[in-house]
Ligand binder design. Structure first.
Ligand code: ASP
Length: 623
């Protein structure tokens, strides 16, 4: 630490508060920082002085330095002070092994109060003291002064630094794209900014730099990256904020494998640089097709730190003719209807009390299941279950074995449509895996999910919505499927072959979070127009929204693809956090407010006037 601190010397300090060691004993130094803690013994004042770099103990002795002692007597917690003095070895037995500076103290000869401080609204010197969340955001500058936030912002800074280094080393050019642009849909609402120079018109803040980075590929930039701010007006959750930061990148002359291989190597290198002590579960990262991920984990962002895989029980529920044969009506009806009966075997829950099982059933219902069946495999191997009387012991045992249950496990079973069965069990799996401590919090389990369906049928709009972004390319062998039954892409219907087309789309997941996603793009105008038509864009809207990129594709667009990774999510997971707010300097509250700056707030009336705007109110909301 001393090396870096040496260059931090200014007229206020010769060293930072984290720099001094036993080898500095005898030296004259000057330190500046905040009063972290103060112990006043009358004649002697002990003061811990803090800055971002560490804490140094300062002793002010009235006998040696009466003037300094008089000034120091007035210093209180969080005052900003400057201390001049001599570095001395601490008396044997009073060293503090927990502090890097713990072998020494500074015996003050001069003491200046640079600035006073009010009593802070929460403890800054105790990282474990509970702090009200709204106070943290209102006084964010004090919250960031606390050690946990300092450490997280440092981690984030190292993350971004490492990302930049790896990209520069791999031929990427960092390009800034503008924030005042036109709508770039990523499935959220736009934030819009009215134009003063062109009254009645608005800019949209980018949901992502998607179109611009593709245009950079047409421009021949070859490999682009950006630490890009994105804006999406949607409801907030733990892993969402209205503005957030992406590592956005795009590469020319690539196929899916080239992008995934680069991103994987980059991810590994960055992880090792930022959190060298945390194990990466598997290298190369496991790759699943979307279908496989859903079938095995019920999620397109599976947490692979634990097993708990979804198992299809159907083979044991049919007789030799394929007819339903379990004897339990719910299962038989599901099999007859072509639905699914799937299960997970949860370790150690066989003796869960009735109330716990009711709670799990309630959760399954909330997730959309009609009910939840279960088989408890007792420690000695016998099975207890309310449906045992229908299944019989033999079948119950076979089902438990198929589910992979060991003695002591509880097998949870959902009989429903494929979508519901997978989704409900996938959510139970994710929830239980973490709650039962099956996930090692230290491990970083990255994985890829790719080959997503291109489109999802939107009944209301009678169109094929892009499952990811509207520019994603189709897997080459599925290009023939980009058609409609009617033969006219502007008249799609739910039975179109397009519904079976798979996208060259890949998502990267980390510990159950979607970390990022991208695709190899459509880079031909005719195909892009066809895809937009399937997505329900009329020719006029297509021109209005995507005119630039459609035109650009007529001037020599190279094959290209890219991805974006959420920096906030990545930093949060590397810092053991479950809310991205914890790694953002100035985040918003759940309702999108900044309580520190008091934003959003009413505009100045002249601002509205200049823009020709008038707020007319919203039904049901105060105007
Ligand atoms: N623009 C996409 C997103 O923001 C990422 C990409 O496809 O590169 O999710």
């Amino acid at each position: 630490m001393t090396d870096a601190s040496a260059s931090l010397a200014t007229s206020y300090r010769t060293h930072t508060c984290g720099a001094l060691r036993a080898t500095d004993v005898g030296g004259d130094v000057r330190l500046a920082g905040w009063v972290h803690r103060r112990r006043d013994h009358g004649q002697l004042i002990f003061l811990d002085l803090r800055d971002r770099h560490g804490i140094t103990q300062v002793v002010i002795d009235a006998a040696d330095a009466p003037d300094a002692h008089a000034v120091a007597s007035a210093a209180r917690s969080e005052y900003v002070v400057m201390v001049g003095g001599t570095v001395a070895a601490r008396l044997p037995g009073t060293e503090n092994a927990k502090l890097p500076t713990g072998a020494i103290e500074v015996q003050a000869t001069a003491f200046t109060i640079l600035n006073e401080a009010k009593t802070p609204p929460f403890y800054i010197n105790d990282p474990d003291a509970p702090v009200d969340e709204s106070l943290r955001l209102k006084f964010r500058y004090l919250d960031i002064r606390r050690d946990p936030m300092q450490q997280r912002l440092l981690l984030r800074s190292r993350l971004v630094q490492s990302i930049r280094e790896v990209h520069h080393a791999n031929g990427f050019v960092e390009v800034e794209t503008p924030n005042l642009i036109k709508s770039t849909p990523e499935g959220a609402r736009d934030f819009i900014v009215p134009s003063r120079l062109q009254p009645g018109s608005v800019y949209a803040l980018p949901q992502s730099p998607q179109q611009l980075k593709q245009l950079l590929m047409v421009a021949g930039v070859d490999r682009y990256f950006q630490i890009a701010r994105c804006f999406r007006d949607e409801d907030l959750r733990g892993d969402r904020q209205p503005e957030f930061t992406q590592l956005d990148l795009e590469m020319s002359f690539v196929d899916e494998a080239a992008v995934m291989d680069f991103v994987e190597a980059m991810t590994i290198e960055v992880t090792k640089a930022v959190v060298p002590d945390r194990p990466i579960q598997a290298v190369p990262f496991p790759r699943f097709t979307y279908d496989e991920a859903i079938e095995r984990y019920g999620s397109d962002k599976p947490d692979l730190r634990f097993g708990l895989e979804l198992v299809d029980l159907a083979p044991d529920l049919r007789n030799a003719d394929g007819a339903p044969s379990s004897g339990f009506r719910v299962f038989d009806e599901a099999i007859a209807a072509g639905n699914r009966v799937k299960a997970i075997a949860v370790p150690g829950l066989a003796d869960a009390p009735r109330s716990r099982i009711d709670e799990l059933t309630e959760t399954a219902r909330r997730f959309g299941a009609k009910g939840l069946a279960y088989l408890a495999v007792e420690p000695e191997g016998t099975i207890k279950s309310p449906i045992l009387k229908f299944l019989g012991e033999d079948l119950a045992e076979r089902l438990a074995a198929r589910a992979g249950a060991n003695p002591g496990d509880l097998v949870l079973i959902v009989a429903d449509t494929t979508d519901v069965a997978n989704d409900v069990l996938g959510r139970l799996r994710a929830d239980l895996g973490v709650r039962l401590g099956l996930a090692d919090p230290n491990v970083l389990a990255y994985c890829w999910v790719h080959r997503f369906p291109m489109y999802k049928w939107d009944e209301e709009g009678a169109r094929w919505d892009a499952t990811h972004n509207p520019f994603s390319g189709v897997v080459p062998e599925d290009e023939v499927l980009l058609t409609t039954v009617s033969g006219d892409p502007t008249r799609p219907s739910r039975d179109d072959p397009a519904g079976r087309a798979r996208a060259m789309q890949y998502d990267i997941a980390l510990n159950g979070w979607e970390l990022g996603g991208g695709s190899v793009r459509i880079w031909r105008r005719d195909l892009l127009e066809q895809s937009f038509a399937l997505q329900g864009y009329s020719e006029g809207r297509m021109r209005n929204m995507f005119g630039a990129i459609l035109d650009a594709f007529e001037y020599g667009a190279p094959p290209h693809g890219g991805i974006a990774l959420g920096i906030d999510r990545w930093a949060a997971l590397l810092a053991y956090q479950t809310n991205i707010r914890e790694v953002m300097a100035f985040p918003k509250t759940q309702s999108g407010n900044d309580p520190m700056l008091d934003a959003p707030s009413e505009p100045d009336p002249t601002q509205y006037a200049e823009l020709g705007l008038k707020f007319v109110g919203l039904p049901g909301k105060p105007s």
